[in-house]
Design a binder for this molecule. Structure first.
Ligand code: HEM
Ligand code: HEM
Length: 231
């Protein structure tokens, strides 16, 4: 007879974190397409690039004031936690976690930092034809050349990181029967994927959407300020 506790779900991700994650996916794909198409598409590439930068700054702020599972204090775990997690992942164990597991947390940090490098180099990039990033006017020719080259090349590292990230999510689904993908859409995980049966659930605190909107407004203001530096 199926035990209800098996199907009980627990809320683990807040709405702002989920909206951040999937908006980022859509914008990054749009960035790659418009960057490759170049020409007139670069105008859209810039606007969407500013949106990516605002999202990243929002996520950094939310990492300090957001809900428990979105906080860097919950995301960044030590090497021992990482090893324990890999042992559970590669062994017969069942890794249980409300938020990001130790290795997943490092990947999230690495993705956010790598995207900041892509955006940062883009602000100084030029297509050497008609389109200059907003900060080209305030930088030396040598710096602009370097940043344009970095912008071209760094994206390849992002391709590898995203591929590893997606592979990990699929591995969880297929090998550990844990649907982390559905969880980052619905915000809920199965109770047994969060805590041992019968063990208490971790106390999770969820912050409101108004605070998230305030963080997003601050992030947008910072992006506006950065772009204005270039005049
Ligand atoms: C405000 C932010 C950004 C600005 C101002 C910007 C600017 C530019 C410029 C000027 C180019 C044309 C370079 C050329 O054709 O030589 C370019 C190309 C490109 N950008 Fe961006 N970019 C930004 C953000 C991003 C982001 C966030 C991504 C991806 C996550 C991205 C991915 C690309 C790609 C893939 C190309 C094509 C490079 C190639 O031809 O191989 N950009 N970007
Ligand atoms: C452009 C491509 C992508 C980027 C840049 C990206 C980035 C991220 C980031 C930054 C997070 C952390 C969310 C947070 O705490 O704020 C995340 C989480 C997650 N992403 Fe992606 N992602 C991408 C594509 C995908 C795809 C295609 C899938 C699956 C089909 C996926 C599955 C997941 C899952 C399952 C999580 C939650 C991980 C966990 O439970 O620890 N991602 N992603």
């Amino acid at each position: 007879m199926k035990d209800d506790r098996d199907t009980a779900t627990v809320r683990v991700w807040d709405v702002p974190t989920r909206l951040f994650k999937w908006a980022l996916v859509v914008l990054v794909v749009f960035q790659v397409v418009t960057g490759k198409l170049a020409g007139d598409w670069l105008k859209w590439h810039f606007w969407s690039g500013y949106a990516v930068l605002a999202l990243l700054i929002f996520r950094i702020l939310w990492g300090f004031v957001g809900s428990t599972t979105s906080r860097f204090s919950d995301l960044v775990k030590g090497p021992l936690a990482g090893l324990a997690h890999l042992r559970a992942l590669l062994g017969a164990g069942v890794p249980r976690e409300a938020g990001h597991n130790a290795v997943g947390g490092w990947m999230v940090l690495a993705l956010i930092l790598a995207l900041l490098v892509q955006v940062g180099s883009g602000l100084f990039a030029t297509d050497d034809i008609a389109t200059d990033g907003p900060l080209v006017a305030v930088a030396s020719e040598r710096w602009v050349k370097r940043m344009s080259t970095l912008h071209h090349l760094w994206i390849n590292l992002l391709y590898v990181m995203v591929a590893l990230h997606v592979l990990a999510a699929v591995l969880y689904l297929v090998v550990k029967k844990q649907n982390l993908i559905a969880a980052i859409i619905t915000g809920r995980k199965k109770r047994n994927d969060v805590a041992e049966p019968g063990a208490p659930l971790p106390a999770l605190r969820f912050r409101g959407n108004t605070l998230a909107l305030a963080c997003l407004a601050v992030a947008a203001a910072i992006v506006y300020g950065i772009v204005r530096i270039g005049g």
